[in-house]
Write a protein that binds this ligand. Structure first.
Ligand code: FES
Length: 354
């Protein structure tokens, strides 16, 4: 089970007016070895209330550094603190890297990658882009990056530098909602119509092996639908949905109403090698019940997005009301997200250590 570790802030770079890139150092670097596209979950106490937030790693794997990008969101306590109060030398607490927003790297691969990023959704994408270009010298990468205007483009200079470094292998297209550009197609929002035109004039979609998408949810769904219309399969499309809880939207859907278990569910969990038992009351999620019983179940988003609360069902059954993080094969093997899981049986046994 992942636990929190101290990370020392060694550099703060203002990427845009309201976004910072933090460079962090661990006393135990092996714990923070990461794959491209992964994220860190941070925790901090704000006036007696612990907040946990996940932010994607923006560094490439071969860079030898640990960096995350944090965009300040309206009313976002953690992101505002990170953007305004942090100073070099401060210590932050984070869990080791998590997430599966990546594909296998192969030095001999000759693949064509396409990525769509919206706003701060660039953070895991730039990690992926840098890693792939450095690791697969025969692969091509096209990034379509949507922003409101030029000033809101995170990593703008770094992307330009990468374009110059990988002139023949990296194609960079900025789509700006408010600023007009030389080419009309590059102004506006990314929707189905924009995708059609991009695929007609700029991207040979039939040659694309894998697509990465990270950004606002409506944009991601529009792109996903368009890609499928243009013949791509589900396996070729990788999603990273992480913005919802960060923007203060409802952390959890309406409570599940399970009237069939008036006495609740007798639950046994294994966590860090220890076994504990408690009862999950009606309309309580596994995570809620565990925390109410003072069990330190890992969590961050409470919205089925971050994967922190993943565990495996060994006995019994649950209804998982949302899942934006587990792959189909994991669900088939019995993995669930505790924050989204409500028991359907009188007995439940789960394991967080598998
Ligand atoms: Fe993030 Fe459950 S806490 S998926």
């Amino acid at each position: 089970m992942p636990s929190f570790h101290d990370l020392t802030l060694t550099n703060i770079h203002k990427s845009t007016r309201n976004a910072v890139v933090l460079t962090l150092k661990s006393a135990d670097p092996a714990q923070f070895k990461f794959k491209q596209g992964q994220y860190l979950t941070f925790r901090r106490d704000f006036n007696g209330v612990e907040l946990r937030r996940s932010y994607s790693i923006s560094a490439g794997r071969s860079e030898g550094i640990l960096q995350v990008g944090i965009k300040q969101v309206d009313g976002g306590t953690f992101s505002t603190w990170a953007n305004t109060d942090l100073a070099v030398g401060d210590v932050m607490q984070a869990m080791p890297p998590m997430g599966s927003f990546s594909t296998k790297l192969e030095a001999n691969a000759q693949k064509t990658y396409l990525a769509f990023a919206g706003g701060s959704g660039i953070t895991p994408i730039i990690s992926t882009l840098k890693t792939i270009l450095a690791t697969e010298p025969n692969s091509q990468f096209t990034l379509i990056y949507a922003n409101q205007n030029v000033n809101s483009i995170m990593f703008r200079e770094e992307l330009e530098d990468l374009k110059n470094t990988y002139l023949s292998r990296l194609t960079l297209i900025h789509i700006l909602e408010r600023d007009s550009q030389n080419i009309d197609l590059f102004t506006g929002r990314i929707d189905a119509e924009k995708c059609d035109l991009l695929f007609k004039h700029w991207v040979n979609i039939t040659s694309v092996d894998t697509v990465f998408i990270c950004g606002p949810e409506p944009m991601m769904h529009a792109i996903d639908a368009s890609l499928k219309t243009h013949g791509l399969t589900k396996d070729q499309i990788k999603f990273e949905l992480f913005t919802a809880p960060q923007q203060g939207r409802a952390a959890q859907p309406a409570k599940h109403q399970n009237t069939a278990l008036p006495d609740g569910t007798q639950t046994t969990i294994t966590l860090d090698g220890a076994t504990r038992s408690f009862t999950i009351a009606q309309n309580q999620s596994l995570l809620e019940a565990g925390l109410a019983n003072k069990i330190d179940i890992p969590f961050s988003c409470k919205a089925g997005v971050c994967l922190s609360c993943r565990c495996k069902v060994l006995k019994g059954e649950v209804e998982m009301i949302a899942n934006h993080a587990l792959e189909d094969y994991e669900v088939e093997k019995g993995y669930i997200l505790s924050c989204q899981s409500y028991p359907l049986t009188a007995e439940l046994m789960v394991d967080y250590d598998q």
